[in-house]
Ligand binder design. Structure first.
Ligand code: FCB
Length: 461
């Protein structure tokens, strides 16, 4: 009741209240989620495993394009959270959270360090992780591509080269063949739009190119084509229903959505916000539904191509949601816009506007496609640990509201299980429900662990 009152009060505040105005009491939150709702966390191999050698390790070292290190504070992924050797500690953390799912990625460069040369021992370790997860009642959700590439794929042009799809398909077949009796929930790709924008527009991900919206757009299209091949492969190879729910595969893409709002009421800002929304948010689910890749940066490139295997290539839509951007038209810039965060609101340590209504909006809007939705990422960089619980409460409240309004939401994976190597931000941005003690790498619970567990305990079983 207290929580309800606070939420109601907050909704009435003008402008909408900052997160710090919400109490840490989770009350009945979670009871509005459907039976069997997957509850857990997400990570990615490069950010946690340690000991890798791939496109990112080169980029961190400054190998290209300008020979300078690219990561904040010159951090390197190196040992990361050493999860390759500490899965038992990660599993203990998941259990403490009351998790029923864990989304993690399989590192291609580890399994196939050179073309056609496979590391079976590494494959076996991933398999053991899946077995241990299942034994703990935690449904593995496996991502096959999360931002990194083996160096031999980079040398062949990475996703700039459409031929990469054949290599990714072979990798997919190999992994699916090994894990099919353990894994049903497959995420083929993580955030094609972010991969392309950060690598080719912002230049802060490898290959570090700037303002090249032409290549950026081709890369998104090539990633979608790769996904189509991966989906065909997964459906062919994985014929085992590992969790006994009647489905051998639950395929998805983890699609990054941002709530784009025009910075002013001017028709130009409104038009550019609409274009940005179509390019970044809509084009990918549209392609996954219809098979038609329609991507346009006016004045630079338009791709309009239909790929038959794309249509119907997912069973579930994965959404990664973090923030809202205010869009100001800037026709002189490559992206035609400047993005800023709204002033005077609660923001994360990275300055991101924490805007739960945006999540509600995407859940109801994308329901029209007819897929169930899983939130494959949602979280914030919060070193103080003070914003995370209110953030969780408000986003879960938004999810329950969307469900009441008809959205079919099946799961939530918080980003992240623990602080980790946050790409260009290095170790500075702390997204974890657990924090990592610097010298021992011990997983230390933040004050959000208990509320997270309490929400999970309310989910109908
Ligand atoms: C997403 C990425 C994930 C993590 C979060 C903070 O865009 O998928 O790896 O970096 O942002």
């Amino acid at each position: 009741m207290k929580r309800l009152l606070l939420v109601l009060l907050c909704t009435a505040c003008q402008p909408r209240a900052g997160l710090d105005d919400v109490s840490g009491d989770v009350g009945a939150l979670g009871k509005g989620l459907p039976r069997g709702f997957l509850w857990g966390t997400a990570t990615a191999a490069h950010q946690i495993e340690g000991g890798l050698d791939n496109s990112w390790t080169d980029f961190e070292a400054g190998a290209f394009p300008d020979g300078r290190p690219h990561i904040k504070n010159q951090d390197r992924s190196t040992i990361a959270t050493d999860s390759w050797n500490r899965f038992d500690e990660d599993l203990a953390a998941m259990k403490a959270l009351g998790s029923t799912t864990y989304r993690f990625s399989i590192e291609w460069s580890r399994l196939e360090p050179r073309k056609g040369e496979w590391n079976d021992a590494a494959m076996q370790r991933y398999r053991e992780w899946c077995l241990e997860l299942r034994a703990a009642g935690i449904e593995p959700m496996v991502t096959l591509h999360h931002f990194t590439l083996p160096k031999w794929v980079v040398e062949a042009g990475g996703f700039e080269n459409e031929a990469s799809k054949a290599d990714l398909e072979r990798f997919t077949r190999r992994v699916a063949g090994n894990l099919k009796d353990q894994v049903d929930w497959w995420v083929t790709l993580n955030e094609p739009n972010v991969y392309a924008v950060q690598g080719y527009l912002a230049g802060i991900f490898p290959p570090g190119k700037k303002d090249d919206t032409v290549t950026q757009t081709k890369v998104i299209a090539n990633m979608l084509k790769a996904h189509a091949r991966m989906a065909v492969a997964l459906r062919e190879v994985d014929d085992v229903d590992a969790d006994g729910d009647g489905f051998a595969t639950r395929l998805s893409v983890a699609h990054h959505v941002r709530y784009f709002q025009p910075a002013t009421a001017s028709p130009l800002d409104t038009a550019i916000a609409g274009l940005t929304d179509d390019y970044s948010n809509e084009s990918i689910p549209r392609a996954l539904k219809t098979g038609r890749i329609l991507l346009s940066v006016p004045g630079a490139i338009t791709i309009d191509e239909t790929v038959p295997d794309l249509a119907g290539s997912i069973d579930v839509l994965g959404l990664n949601y973090y923030t809202r951007d205010m869009v100001r038209a800037d026709l002189g810039s490559a992206s035609l816009s400047q993005l800023t965060y709204r002033k005077g609101r609660a923001v994360s340590d990275l300055g991101w506007d924490l805007y739960p209504d945006g999540l509600y909006s995407f859940l109801t809007r994308f329901s029209a496609y007819g897929w169930p939705i899983v939130i494959t990422e949602n979280g914030l960089a919060d070193r103080s640990g003070k914003l995370r619980t209110p953030f969780l409460i408000q986003h879960l409240t938004a999810i329950e509201r969307a469900i009441r309004d008809g959205a079919d939401v099946r799961g939530y994976a918080h980003w992240s299980l623990m602080d980790n190597f946050e790409w260009a931000e290095g170790y500075d941005a702390q997204f974890g429900l657990f924090t990592i003690e610097k010298t021992t790498l011990r997983r230390v619970p933040t004050e959000s662990v208990q509320p997270f567990r309490a929400i999970g305990a309310n989910i109908p079983r």
